[in-house]
Design a protein around this ligand. Structure first.
Ligand code: XMP
Length: 510
């Protein structure tokens, strides 16, 4: 399979670079700069390499440096920002600090003739974010672009097919960034661009059926998109050698556990063990009000249940995890303060006796995972699922939990989801759900006074869930949902709509 290596030096746009490459129908993998050797790069047969940006200065001896032998492999290289400076520095060029005249933001760029700039006007805008710049190019390189204050905005050694750009072609603010990347892929690396999600699916199935032949494989299935896609992919590769364990902790939405079980057992004929641990989780959570305690208890109990199942299964060769690219980034983020602990299956590797972990979706973004799911024949209702927190409804029933409260919330939430679907609004919000509060209010039904609970409807639009806005859902929809919930769900006397963005609120109430 034709593929590009994105060598990661820690920049903030690295995930975007891989994605932009894949948008050109060329597969791209991101690897940390120090986790792959020149020999491995050659053996993998990459068509090209992209050095990403990064926060360091090449002068700092502790800054990440690649093995210079990479430039001798004969594989085309494009260095971006820090990657550009590093390439220059290691090949004998000069780097200087621009000091007060560092460039940030949209800058006017002038380019020379080069395959990298084919079909691009001489003058355009690019996105810059740097303090250091290349002040003298290494031997064999020529300057192929400049800006007013950056004498070497791009350089190349065309005989060796080595290119560097100081600006960021991967961000949309670089006017012809898309063209520059596609020039690199097609004109410089000679890619064909015939990669599609189905090639990813079939290449992965081939790869794992060869690598894992005869091995015993175990997967924790949550019913979420990522673990479902990982499990079906592995099932296509190893068939009945794969066992899936699905822990039903009782905090799922209405009918969800059955849907998951039915889909995988009946449609895909997979070996699936459903552990009905509802009462066990509820017992552990009895009387617990504090959200972080709930998360912790559920996380720990999940691991205990899984451990017991794993013991029954005995030693396995491979543990499959549905890690996707944003998870890799997030867990690498390090110091960011913990607002909510989003750990789901984090502790599994400690309790399963296995030799190796396989993460087939490690380089994919969420929408790419969904696409792979569709290619694999997973039903749309599972593939298009909105995100659902690991602790499930436990953090949507405010305060202490009881089975009755969970059932009440399940009914209210199902009505909200049914009406969103009936009115064709499922794409109008990126996440939407009901919350059962622990505050009661007075109502009137018939001629009688009621004193029931309040349900909150929450719907948000967001790109990344780090920030979010409340969705402007039509009043007619809200009216219908409110009237159905108060009429059909026993014990609810009031429905409110949450109009708080994130920040200052979070998406979930707990
Ligand atoms: P917040 O509430 O932090 O939610 O704004 C952002 C996104 O994360 C989901 N979320 C969780 N997911 N375990 C998870 O797997 C958790 O404990 C958890 N808490 C929140 C939330 O549903 C939203 O999509």
């Amino acid at each position: 399979m034709e593929k590009i290596l994105v060598l990661d030096f820690g920049g903030q746009y690295n995930q975007l670079i891989a994605r932009r490459v894949r948008e050109n129908h060329v597969y791209a993998e991101v690897k940390p700069y120090n986790k792959i050797t020149p020999e491995e790069i050659r053996a993998e047969g990459y068509a090209g390499i992209i050095f990403t940006g990064g926060p360091n200065s090449v002068y700092d001896p502790a800054s990440p440096h690649y093995d210079p032998a990479i430039l001798e492999l004969g594989i085309p290289v494009l260095g971006i920002c820090y990657g550009h400076q590093l390439m220059s520095w290691m090949a004998g060029g000069e780097i200087r600090s621009a000091g007060a005249i560092s460039e940030y933001g949209k800058i006017s760029l002038t380019v020379e003739e080069s395959p990298l700039f084919a079909e691009i006007p001489r003058e355009s805008n690019c996105w810059m974010s740097h303090t250091d710049f290349v002040s003298a190019v290494p031997a064999g390189f020529t300057v192929i672009a400049h800006t007013e204050s950056c004498p070497c905005a791009a350089m190349s050694d065309e005989s060796r097919r080595l290119y560097g750009v100081q600006f960021h072609p991967e961000v949309t603010h670089t006017q012809f960034g898309g063209q520059i990347l596609s020039n690199f892929l097609f004109r410089v690396c000679g890619c064909r661009g015939d990669w599609k999600m189905d090639s990813f699916v079939s290449a992965s199935v081939r790869k794992y059926s060869a690598e894992l032949a005869g091995k015993k494989v175990l997967c924790a299935l949550s019913g979420g998109v990522d673990s479902s896609v990982a499990a079906v992919l592995l099932h296509k590769a190893v068939g009945d050698n794969l066992t899936c364990v699905f822990v039903d902790h009782g905090m799922l939405r209405k009918d969800e556990g059955d849907l998951v079980e039915r889909t995988f057992r009946e449609k895909f004929d997979m070996k699936i063990i459903r552990v009905n641990a509802q009462q066990r989780f509820l017992a552990k959570l009895a009387g617990v009000k504090e959200p972080e305690r709930k998360r912790k208890i559920i996380g720990e109990e999940f691991i205990r249940v899984f451990e017991e199942e794993a013991k029954k299964i005995g030693k396995v060769d491979v543990l499959v995890q549905g890690t996707i690219y944003p998870d890799v980034i997030e867990s690498g983020a390090g110091d960011a303060s913990v607002i909510k602990s989003h750990h789901n299956v984090g502790g599994l590797p400690d309790v399963v006796d296995f030799d190796e972990i396989v993460e087939p979706l490690r380089y994919l973004f969420k929408d790419e995972v969904r696409q792979a799911g569709l290619e694999l024949g997973i039903p749309g209702e599972l593939v298009w699922r909105q995100p659902f927190p690991g602790p499930g409804l436990a953090i949507r029933v405010l305060g202490d939990l009881t089975w009755d409260k969970l059932e009440t919330l399940r009914e209210a939430d199902a009505i909200f989801r049914e009406e969103m679907a009936a009115q064709g609004l499922t794409r109008a919000a990126d996440q939407y759900f009901a919350v059962l509060t622990d505050s009661r209010s007075v109502g009137v039904m018939g001629d009688a006074r009621t004193y029931g609970c309040t349900v909150v409807l929450r719907a948000v639009t967001t790109d990344d869930f780090m920030t979010a806005d409340w969705a402007r859902l039509p009043y007619e929809l809200l009216a219908k949902v409110s009237s159905r919930i108060t009429n059909e769900v026993h014990g609810i006397s009031r429905v409110v709509y949450d109009i708080t963005s994130k920040p200052p609120a979070t998406v979930e109430w707990e």
